[in-house]
Design a protein around this ligand. Structure first.
Ligand code: HEM
Length: 485
């Protein structure tokens, strides 16, 4: 999954428009409800309930450009669609909209989400097994304790960059960094690549003028990684993809590296932000954690039920005419998995306020043959990173009124834009890592020169005839990199 490019995303305050407000439910041609703009961005959960009340478990909706699709709202119907790949294909080329001219592939912001790419997301059957086999082999080579060690190191380093300040903005300074540092490490890149890629990935999703340059930067980083690993393979995902008997082409390797990086980063960062927001805004949630009634993995699972990082997952395409949830689906129709709606379907959760401890049957990682293969890694990054943050800064408190929190929203996901907190300033711990950032000038794997929009501070070159400047500590270098914006 690659999250939206956000050309049509909006930054919105937490406030929900009052019922009756024209922004609340927008309808398009044929009276179908728009799943973009208006209520889809300000109150998506409310909109799903209105659709459920009107249409039942499967509702006709319109995507950006008034492109028609079916939104699956029922829990069982979501599982059904995700688990029957012969009836509901994952290959977007099945969609009739490409042929009917319903979409302009050159300009539609939907293309990054529903366009075909040579990766496992867009494949069915044996081709899917071939590509996914290589991905799962790459992900499962790491033992969980080893991954935890790396996350621990990265989380401490990142906290050390702001713990003396007594305040931090946790989305920009923490939740967006720990997953990227971990994923770039697992992919086989140098630790130095992580902070720069955070900025490129954030920029890419925001569809600013520099998004194309950022996308090019991500691709260039991955191309360099592949070249380097061909010469000197290691125990990392890039090397595993290249060596796998599925015999992936260079293009397939690069597409899967990009898929793992972007799919794993954005979702995990979003999950961490949502858990931390609950910690600083909901005294009951925090009290259960502090009092031991709820463990951190249980808290993460609760948030996965209530606020899936990906609320709507594109897409499946009907291989033939069929009936689903009482609706007549035609061959080639597009279906969207309503993961957030399915998670609160009263057929399985009559009272959504009842805690779901120990229950992992939510749809947030989808289901069936395409179910997220990185879910354990996502969970470990979230649990470990948040655990370290709360252990080191147990007194964090939201430093703005809760109603001033804002989100960046789209059809597919909702991202908290900032989580400003304060806490008692503390000294860094200088977590015991001799040199996490490799010394220049040797080119480091997977880190091309900073893209033009980044004002990277170059390492000071020693002047001739003078004693070289002492090399800044790893913490100073990480601080500098994290502050590149
Ligand atoms: C909390 C974090 C995460 C969430 C909520 C999440 C969610 C999802 C969802 C909903 C899908 C779509 C499945 C479908 O189309 O039915 C997916 C697919 C995928 N995810 Fe994740 N994901 C997360 C973390 C990760 C991580 C950390 C990685 C890699 C390390 C990863 C790698 C992938 C891949 C490769 C696919 C495509 C699988 C396929 O099509 O066979 N994800 N994920």
């Amino acid at each position: 999954m690659t999250l939206p490019p956000a050309e049509h995303t909006a930054e919105l305050p937490g406030a929900i428009p009052p019922p009756g407000c024209p922004a609340h439910v927008a309808t398009g041609p044929g009276g179908a409800t728009r799943l973009y703009g208006g209520a889809a961005e300000t109150d998506p959960m409310g909109l799903y309930e209105e659709l459920r009340a009107k249409h039942g478990p499967v509702a006709p909706v319109l995507l950006d450009g008034d492109v028609r699709a079916w939104l699956v709202l029922g829990y069982l119907e979501n599982r059904d669609v995700a688990s029957r790949p012969t009836q509901f294909s994952r290959d977007p080329r099945v969609w009739h909209g490409w042929r009917s001219g319903e979409i302009d592939p050159a300009t539609s912001p939907l293309v990054p989400m529903i366009g075909w790419r040579p990766d496992c997301v867009c494949a069915d059957g044996e081709e899917h097994q071939r590509l996914r086999g290589a991905v799962t082999a790459g992900l499962s080579q790491f033992d969980h304790r080893g991954i935890r060690r790396h996350i621990t190191r990265f989380a401490h380093q990142v906290i050390d960059t702001f713990c003396e300040d007594g305040e931090a903005e946790l989305v920009g300074q923490f939740t967006e960094h720990v997953p990227m540092l971990t994923l770039t490490h697992l992919l086989g890149m140098s630790d130095e690549a992580g902070p720069r890629l955070v900025h490129a990935a954030r920029d890419l999703f925001k569809a600013t003028e520099t998004s194309l340059a950022s996308n090019a930067y991500v691709l260039e980083s991955l191309a360099q990684l592949v070249d380097a690993k061909r010469v000197r393979p290691g125990q990392d995902i890039a090397s595993a993809l290249m060596a796998h008997p599925a015999n992936l082409s260079d293009e397939e390797v690069q597409h899967h590296l990009r898929l793992i990086l972007l799919a794993g980063y954005e979702t995990t960062a979003n999950l961490m932000s949502n858990v931390l927001r609950m910690v600083v805004t909901d005294p009951r949630f925090r009290g259960s954690l502090a009092g031991g009634q709820m463990t951190l993995p249980e808290a993460v699972e609760q948030v996965l039920w209530d606020e899936p990082p990906l609320m709507v997952c594109p897409g499946r395409w009907a291989n033939g005419d069929t009936t689903l949830g009482g609706q007549q689906i035609k061959a080639g129709d597009m279906l969207l998995l309503g993961l957030a709606a399915g998670n609160v379907d009263e057929a399985i959760r009559p009272d959504p306020s009842t805690p779901v401890h120990h229950n992992r049957a939510h749809l947030s990682f989808s289901a069936g043959t395409h179910e997220c293969p990185g879910q354990d890694i996502g969970r470990i990054i979230a649990d470990t990173g948040i655990d370290i943050l709360l252990t080191r800064l147990p007194d964090i408190a939201l430093s703005i009124p809760e109603e001033d929190l804002t989100w960046r929203s789209s059809t597919w996901a909702r991202h908290l834009t900032a989580l400003p907190v304060s806490f008692a300033a503390r000294a860094p711990q200088d977590f015991d890592v001799p040199s996490p950032l490799p010394a220049p000038p040797a080119p480091s794997v997977g880190t091309p020169a900073a893209p033009p929009w980044q004002s990277a501070e170059p390492e000071p070159a020693p002047e001739p005839e003078r004693r070289p400047e002492p090399r800044p500590s790893w913490r100073t270098r990480l601080r500098r990199l994290l502050r590149l914006r």
